[in-house]
Design a protein around this ligand. Structure first.
Ligand SMILES: [Zn+2]
Length: 184
């Protein structure tokens, strides 16, 4: 089960597994997911607050994992080719999503520090990060599919990833690779 807690405006996601452990265990896996295992008797509220107490440690550990695994940032495209690709993929994805009866979202590009994209499904705006210029075509395609899928499902539930999976079957691998890209 994936859960989220908010710490000073930062969302910390963790994977909760119920296991026969003494109380609660928390570890950060090399792919940067936060894994928590807890006994069935421990309440959700308690687990969330436990993760929050460890938030500082978690964020620092993720940061140092990223540094150790740092991928050097080099743009993969010229500015012109990048914009062409983004527009091309955006239109291509819209065509794939036509069958869901969505109206065409507005595309915005902007500097975003910690995200690759976002979707304002109320206003019908998909915002993509200029940092995608450091990504591969495959990664860019995934981010655009991801944001379009939010027009249909607004959270990161199983329903959401079931849609993503239709278009990007190996999204997990792509997401892992993208998590290693250090933007700072
Ligand atoms: Zn999302």
């Amino acid at each position: 089960m994936i859960r989220e807690v908010e710490y000073n405006g930062t969302i910390i996601k963790y994977e909760l597994e119920r296991k026969k452990v003494k109380n609660i265990n928390l570890r950060i896996k090399p792919d940067l997911t936060v894994a928590v295992s807890a006994n069935r008797r421990v309440s959700m509220k308690y687990i969330d607050s436990f993760v929050l107490k460890k938030a500082d440690f978690i964020l620092k550990a993720i940061e140092s994992f990223k540094k150790a695994d740092k991928i050097e940032l080099k743009p993969n495209f010229s500015e012109e080719d990048f914009l062409k690709l983004i527009n091309y993929e955006f239109d291509r994805t819209y065509n794939l999503f036509l069958k869901y009866n969505i109206s065409k979202p507005i595309l915005k590009l902007r500097k975003m520090k910690s995200r690759w994209g976002s979707c304002n499904f109320v206003k019908g705006i998909i915002t993509l990060s200029y940092n995608l210029i450091y990504c591969t075509e495959e990664q860019i395609r995934y981010v655009i599919i991801h944001e379009f899928s939010h027009l249909l499902v607004h959270n990161h539930s199983e329903d959401f990833y079931n849609i993503v999976k239709i278009y990007v079957p190996d999204y997990k691998r792509i997401r892992k690779e993208m998590n290693k890209i250090n933007l700072r």
